[in-house]
Design a protein around this ligand. Structure first.
Ligand SMILES: Cc1cc2nc3c(=O)[nH]c(=O)nc-3n(C[C@H](O)[C@H](O)[C@H](O)COP(=O)(O)OP(=O)(O)OC[C@H]3O[C@@H](n4cnc5c(N)ncnc54)[C@H](O)[C@@H]3O)c2cc1C
Length: 398
């Protein structure tokens, strides 16, 4: 943290007071603001961001609105237990339904295409196929797509079978976060990096270079970034880099839905205007693809290019137009979390969507709003409360 002179101190804008201040104008912060104002319209809510709305991962992702956590249900069941796996899928399905019922689908370019998860190996194929029965038994519509149908529907080669989830969808993620914030009617303060979190006389003070925000309660929704004064272990939400590229408009649309493959390590979609958007390949370079540095690297970009050529011959001549990266927040068990700030009861931090924020965060914002409003323990809170990580022995399945 930098020191501040007497003159800088004198030059500060007047402090702003509000009921709830949210730090971070990504999908998590925006969604929480939306639900706070929906539940308590008179509440004074301020959203503060170091940069602009959606500058972080929320404006840099592929816009896949996937269902579930891992790509196949069996893996979720192995990891979390049957009951928790079912509830996690239910959570993402609610997220999808709420996006549709609470927002204007045309404002976020929502495409109700379903999603297609395809296998890169025999073994993955088997797990996708075997996921169908438990998914259906648990009330989640899904269908196995045999390899020849995968080839036919996506004009691809080299994949095995796949899993079609009809409630999967895609959207324009930057418009989504902008739209949620606009609908929330919360006050927005961009270009205000919060440097310090302090408590004084029962309030929280958030110090930025130019002004202080005073709030009765605060939500820190800064993804993997930490803030001085908030006791949160650095490793709780780890920064992990993801890279993407987009091509020039290449061909009429041939890929009708978001396609996720190789255990979710690659993801590709095509826009109506013909551009292809492709991301992933970090699993081959996992040790390098960590931290907050915003840059693209040749090995990952080359791997993405190879993937496109290998699996989509019709797209092999597509010219890459834009390359970019973003920071995802990863947790030890693959699930997002919230925790209470120890020095400020009633204030929370939240994040760690493990690359699935679009599929979860609107519903997660509802949960966070209920927590901040001190409603009875909100539904699903047991799945995401940080304490679960301190008690690894206690399985989510219980
Ligand atoms: C390349 C890429 C592709 C992805 N594809 C998908 C996908 O298709 N589907 C999907 O579901 N998920 C995807 N994800 C993951 C998804 O983008 C994230 O899970 C989600 O955006 C996280 O939202 P967030 O609000 O927690 O964080 P962010 O969007 O990162 O928002 C955090 C905000 O906090 C602000 N901030 C940080 N520090 C401070 C401070 N000190 N003071 C004030 N403000 C601060 C930042 O400026 C930022 O705006 C992808 C991610 C990446 C990077």
């Amino acid at each position: 943290m930098m020191t501040r002179s007497y003159w800088h101190q004198q030059d500060r804008a007047p402090a702003i007071s509000c009921d709830v201040a949210i730090v971070g104008a990504g999908i998590a912060g925006a969604s929480t603001a939306f639900w706070l104002k929906k539940i308590e319209p008179a509440l004074d809510v301020a959203v503060i961001d170091a940069a602009e709305v959606g500058t972080g991962a929320s404006g840099r992702n592929a816009g896949f609105l996937l269902q579930g956590i891992a790509t196949d249900y069996l893996t979720d069941i192995d990891r979390y237990g049957r009951k928790a796996a079912q509830r996690l899928w239910q959570f993402t399905m609610e997220n999808r339904q709420l996006l549709e019922s609470e927002l204007d689908p045309s404002a976020i370019d929502l495409e109700r295409t379903g999603s297609l998860i395809v296998a890169g190996s025999d073994e993955e194929d088997e797990r996708l196929r075997a996921s169908v029965a438990p998914l259906r038994a648990d009330g989640i519509p899904a269908a196995y797509v045999p390899p020849e149908k995968v080839r036919e529907r996506t004009l691809s080669r080299g994949f095995f079978g796949g899993l079609n989830v009809p409630s999967g969808a895609m959207c324009n993620p930057l418009r989504l976060v902008q739209h949620i914030l606009q609908m929330s009617r919360a006050q927005l303060f961009e270009r205000h990096p919060v440097e310090e979190f302090k408590t004084a006389a029962g309030d929280v003070h958030l110090l930025t270079r130019s002004r202080t925000f005073r709030a009765a309660q605060v939500l820190i929704a800064t993804n993997a970034a930490t803030i001085s004064g908030v006791e949160r272990p650095d490793t709780l939400i780890r920064p992990v880099r993801a890279q993407m590229f987009s091509t020039r408009p290449h061909s009429p649309r041939r890929l009708p839905m978001p396609l996720y493959s190789h255990e979710g390590n690659y993801y590709v979609r095509q826009l109506d205007s013909g551009e292809l958007l492709l991301g992933g390949a970090r699993h081959q370079h996992a040790d390098d693809e960590v931290g907050f540095e915003d840059r693209v690297t040749e090995p990952v970009q080359d791997a993405l290019r190879d993937y496109l050529q290998r699996h989509f011959p019709w797209a092999s001549g597509a010219k890459v137009q834009r390359r970019w990266s973003g920071t995802m927040g990863f947790t030890d068990d693959g699930l997002p979390l919230f925790g209470e700030v120890s020095s400020a009861p009633g204030s929370f931090y939240a994040g760690g969507f493990n690359g699935h924020g679009m599929g979860m965060a609107f519903r997660f914002g509802k949960l966070l709003a209920e927590l901040l409003l001190n409603r009875a323990r909100p539904a699903f809170a047991d799945l995401f409360a940080q304490d679960r990580l301190n008690e690894q022995a206690v399985s989510l399945a219980e």
